[in-house]
Design a binder for this molecule. Structure first.
Ligand code: NDP
Ligand code: 2IT
Length: 447
């Protein structure tokens, strides 16, 4: 690692030794900026690494709410406003019991570079709560969301900070949050994205992250004269990103052989049909059920409890779409042994650092989430544009823009990787391209 980058990382590690995920994401980014930092000393002179790795603002608050038994519950609420050099803070809200400062700082840090890559004017932010929506009634989720927004509203705004969904936050939660914002502020602001269509949402936003990841993987595969048709694909997760990655891959003729949740993996060795996927989506999205329940009703599937997909079947393409650090070094070795040629991250930082270098040194095409899952936030940007113009584009228009953005992110990352002499290193390319734009804006704007 470059001397300047390692000095800043060392200081951060001393200050935040307990923030494991945050330090992992900074290590990944700083570890790839060496050649740029060697070439240009303006970044060190302007203390850019020191400044870009501390959130401009980190808000923590209490979220008291009343459960179905009438008991008061209290959760932690957070919003990390990481960097606003190129636009208002933008990034999702995660509701999951594992949420803490380290996880939200890693997600907010990644979001800075991801949003920069989209070509749209958005800064980086992330927020959420350790609230667990699983097993809660709609009324409990509403009570929680209203209390969360009772504090958050004063920190956000259409030109300040525009949150959206992430794990545990979908259309239902965005609805309750938006309703509460509108009531308090008395203004119909474009202050959240991922809204439902009938009150300001964008067509294709639900599909955007998964579709975008498949568009990105298609571009990587094309560099080796390959595509999705007839290829075996393993996907993890069964939420928003995984569902639509699976759908687009099936539409392109691929054999999608798995989905998973935190309890286990469902396998369909012959490849999932669109009908099977639709039934799974109905179970997950409407009835909020588990994959094990689906497997019990469909004899053509196999359910493996407590396992992730990577060691279950040989695959050519792997798409981790669940959560951070869900693909480790042993999984990477198993994928390589099984003939995998492409790992495309749909989730944020699903691959450990060790697994990433193992895949890269074995010439597996590897895309970091900040490049390949950027279609979600890019389409959030398109939702903001439509809201600002008070009009809506057709599904075809939004999908064409999303596709164009994913091709552009691929080409930008590839060009930066080539410029710095590592043509296959999409991690390096994405980090340098994403960083350069934000860092130069910070220098232009002074301290
Ligand atoms: P959802 O809540 O819709 O789905 C999450 C999925 O991941 C579920 O299948 C869930 O299983 C599984 N999962 C969550 N936490 C864990 C865990 N600790 N261990 C194992 N499995 C887990 O979330 P999304 O699909 O929206 O998000 C998935 C990933 O994609 C996240 O990393 C998110 O940050 C990232 N992402 C999302 C975007 C979006 O637009 N939604 C945009 C870009 C990235 P279970 O039901 O058992 O919890
Ligand atoms: O990680 C992400 O990019 C998201 N969860 C989507 C953020 C957004 O603002 O749409």
């Amino acid at each position: 690692m470059n001397v300047y980058a390692s000095r800043v990382l060392e200081n951060l590690t001393k200050q935040h030794s307990n923030e494991k995920e945050f330090l992992q994401s900074v290590t990944e980014v700083f570890g790839t900026l060496g050649k740029l930092l060697d070439r240009e000393n303006k970044y060190e002179k302007n203390k850019i690494l020191e400044r870009i790795s501390i959130p401009e603002r980190a808000i923590t608050f209490q979220v008291p709410w009343v459960d179905a038994k009438g008991e008061i519950q209290v959760n932690y609420g957070y919003r990390i406003q990481f960097n606003s050099a190129i636009g208002p803070y933008k990034g999702g809200l995660r509701f999951h019991p594992s949420v803490n400062m380290s996880i939200l700082k890693f997600l907010g840090f990644e979001q800075i570079f991801k949003n920069s890559l989209t070509t749209l004017p958005m800064g980086g932010g992330k927020g959420g709560s350790n609230f667990d929506p699983k097993g809660k009634t709609d009324a409990e989720v509403m009570s929680f969301c209203q209390s969360f927004m009772r504090e958050l509203y004063r920190h956000i705004g259409p030109n300040t900070d525009v949150p959206a969904g992430d794990i545990g936050v979908g259309g239902r939660e965005i609805g309750y949050l938006f309703g509460q914002y509108r009531r308090i502020v008395n203004s119909y602001d474009s202050v959240l994205t991922g809204k439902k269509l009938n009150w300001g949402g964008s067509l294709v936003r639900p599909e955007a992250t998964g579709y975008g990841a498949v568009y990105f993987a298609s571009e990587m595969l094309a560099t080796r004269k390959m595509d999705f048709a007839g290829r075996r694909v393993l996907i993890s997760g069964s939420g928003n990103v995984a569902q639509y990655a699976a759908k687009k891959a099936i539409l392109l003729g691929a054999k999608v052989m798995s989905l998973s949740d935190s309890s286990g993996t469902i396998l369909v060795e012959q490849g999932m049909t669109l009908d099977q996927l639709e039934a799974i989506m109905e179970l997950k999205n409407v009835r909020r059920g588990r994959l094990s329940e689906y497997a019990a009703t469909d004899k053509s599937t196999k359910y493996v409890a407590s396992e992730r997909p990577w060691k279950q079947l040989k695959t050519e393409i792997a798409m981790p779409c669940a959560t951070q650090n869900e693909l480790d070094i042993d999984d990477a070795k198993a994928l390589i042994a099984g003939g995998c040629v492409c790992v495309c991250e749909g989730a944020n930082m699903p691959t450990t650092l060790e697994a990433t270098s193992c895949l890269q040194s074995n010439h597996v095409l590897f895309s970091p989430g900040k490049a390949s899952n950027a279609g979600g936030v890019a389409t959030s940007g398109l939702e903001m544009s439509q809201n600002a113009m008070r009009l809506s584009w057709t599904a075809e228009e939004v999908d064409a823009k999303l596709h164009g953005i994913m091709v552009s992110i691929h080409n930008t990352a590839k060009a930066a990787a080539e410029e710095f002499g590592e043509p296959d290193n999409y991690v390096l390319g994405a980090n340098i391209a994403g960083f350069r734009k934000v860092a130069d804006a910070m220098i232009d704007q002074g301290i």
